[in-house]
Design a protein around this ligand. Structure first.
Ligand code: ATP
Ligand code: MG
Ligand code: MG
Length: 551
């Protein structure tokens, strides 16, 4: 890990270590809110936080930032735990929850009240917004700002006891209503929510704000470097204010980096949840989703995602990464590591008229052309075969290197065959090709003629029926979030999923298990979908062999 490229966060840590900061310790954390599944943007944060800890021999905590009980659930917690593990990372000790610190945070809120640095405000949310001012105008003090410590302590306890309705009052830090940074204009630090919490049950009806929770949780866990995205840069003074004004056990510091934006993709849990709730996709782990679980199901490897995160680097300037880079990362991995197989996705029947019915011979093909250690695979050749419909043309286009009437082509790894007859149905569609094979072309080329290309094939008599799901990008626009008039829904690609129900794959794949990955020769990289059954295998196309979107 230590050979990975340096980034500015690593530089900061190296400097800190050189100065003996934090007793030479490096502790980071990955703090997801369990209000949805993790997406590729989170992968960047995961790789940065866990990767940084690994690089410096430190530790990274997994902490659920669970202060909004209504939006959170155990399902999300479970999925996040699974995704972080799958990406290949392990956290220090137990999983943490911000909610574990609710008692401590409550005491610290009381501490602020006693110091005259927090007050219970009875303005409505709407009034609070009005009083807050704008970037150009300072805010105004709430008429409740000067309540006595006694009164505040009393009201805050009542808040805790459930004596108020939601929104009736809130606890605010008393900082400065004229601060140029709006985050410092007496931010709300506790609000009333009569909501059941997935961890704390009905113990609390008041919940701390993100800002009041995050830095203090970092301090409690001994986090040294609290790394977050740039949107939180403006919150840093508040983060520091709490650390300075509370008797916290450590002095964590916040650092920001640019979030990952990918073209043709939305990376916002809220929007991804909409796609799921509206049925635009089949769940959070739909292979078209940019979620970790969707990418996993699509056939991405953990290593490809980690490599992608290395490739894009970590900086402080916002930009958009081409999704082609992500596709390149998985192609590179699968090219090296996925065994080869033949699958006919959209079959057309081929009968070898001079090959005896009932006979079968086995050809041996390398499992990987560049990696002998993967061994050989056996593929049966029979009288009845299948080839790809698009590998046949009755009228052959210029430079055609596939099958057409009268021409000879090599069936990959087997014989050269010649197309003698084209059989059509009443609608004029080609339903069968009658061919003859050249028995002298096993493992050698004919001497007196040249085959017109090489195509893939499977035996119709001895292969495995399967469904193949071909995916395209979920959005047709590079920036589905960037149009002022039309929201991302208008750019959903209606052809993002094409199901091929009659595909056939070579017999050696009969007993494959979910998540096995292959290159189907000439077709692309594929992964076994968990929908597969004994009767019907299902393959997801992870990515095409080449970038078909490249101009
Ligand atoms: P979303 O906007 O999708 O809801 P979030 O930031 O609210 O994302 P969290 O669960 O709070 O989601 O995120 C956990 C961590 O992942 C945070 O530190 C956050 O900054 C980081 N993160 C989220 N999205 C991205 C992204 N696109 N690029 C990099 N880091 C991200
Ligand atoms: Mg967040
Ligand atoms: Mg969010």
């Amino acid at each position: 890990e230590s050979t990975k490229p340096n980034n500015f966060i690593h530089q900061i840590i190296e400097d800190d270590l050189a100065q003996g900061q934090n007793g030479g310790k490096v502790v980071t954390r990955f703090p997801p809110e369990p209000n949805g599944y993790l997406h590729i943007g989170h992968a960047k944060s995961i790789c940065l936080n866990f990767g940084t800890a690994l690089r410096f021999g430190g530790e990274c905590n997994l902490r659920f930032d669970d202060t909004n009980p209504e939006k959170e659930s155990q399902e999300y917690i479970d999925s996040i735990v699974e995704d972080v593990r799958w990406l290949g990372y392990d956290w220090a000790g137990e999983i943490r929850y911000s909610s574990e610190y609710f008692d401590q945070l409550y005491d610290w809120a009381v501490h602020l009240i006693k110091e005259g640095k927090a007050y219970v405000d009875s303005l409505s949310a709407h009034e609070m917004r009005e009083f807050r001012g704008t970037l150009k105008e300072p805010g105004k003090n709430s008429p409740y700002r000067d309540r006595s410590v006694e009164e505040n302590l009393n009201l805050f306890e009542k808040m805790r006891n459930g004596d108020f309705e939601e929104g009736e009052c809130a606890l605010r830090a008393k900082i400065d209503m004229a601060a140029p940074n709006i985050n410092l204009r007496d931010p709300v630090i506790y609000r009333i929510r009569h909501a059941h919490h997935h961890q704390t049950g009905d113990k609390w009806c008041i919940y701390p704000s993100y800002d009041f929770t995050h830095g203090q949780s970092d301090a409690l866990e001994g986090v040294t470097h609290s790394i977050c995205t740039l949107e939180f840069e403006d919150h840093r003074p508040l983060y520091e204010w709490f650390i300075e004004n509370l008797p916290v056990p450590a002095q964590p510091r916040q650092y920001e980096f640019a979030r990952l934006n990918l073209n043709y993709t939305v990376t916002s849990k809220r929007k991804l949840k909409l796609l799921v709730d509206e049925g635009q996709v089949n769940g959070w782990n739909d292979p078209r989703m940019p979620t970790i679980s969707g990418m996993r199901r699509r056939g991405f490897t953990p290593a490809s995602i980690r490599n992608f995160c290395d490739m894009i680097g970590v900086t402080r300037s916002n930009g958009t990464v081409d999704v082609g880079m992500l596709e390149a990362a998985i192609r590179e991995d699968l090219d090296a590591n996925a065994p080869r197989a033949m699958c006919v996705v959209d079959p057309i029947k081929v009968t070898i008229s001079n090959y005896p019915d009932g006979e079968q011979e086995w050809f041996e093909l390398p499992a990987h052309p560049k990696d002998e250690s993967m061994g050989l695979r056996k593929v049966p050749f029979t009288r009845n075969l299948l080839i790809e419909r698009e590998d046949f043309a009755e009228e052959k286009p210029r430079k055609w290197k596939r099958m057409s009437p009268g021409d000879a082509v090599r069936l990959r790894g087997a014989y050269v065959v010649r197309c003698d007859e084209v059989i059509k149905n009443e609608q004029g569609e080609v339903v069968e090709l009658v061919c003859s094979y050249d028995a002298d072309t096993k493992g050698q080329n004919p001497t007196d003629y040249k085959p017109n290309g090489v195509i893939h094939w499977v035996s119709a008599d001895n292969s495995v029926p399967c469904e193949v799901r071909l995916y395209d990008r979920l959005f047709t626009e590079p920036n589905p979030d960037g149009d002022k008039e039309r929201d991302f829904h208008s750019f959903i690609n209606p052809e993002s999923l094409k199901v091929m129900p009659n595909a056939r794959v070579e017999i050696g794949l009969k007993h494959v298990v979910a998540e096995s990955r292959y290159q189907f020769e000439r077709t692309g990289y594929f992964c076994v979908d968990p929908d597969s059954t004994e009767e019907q295998l299902v393959f997801n196309r992870t990515v095409t062999l080449r970038d078909s979107w490249a101009k």
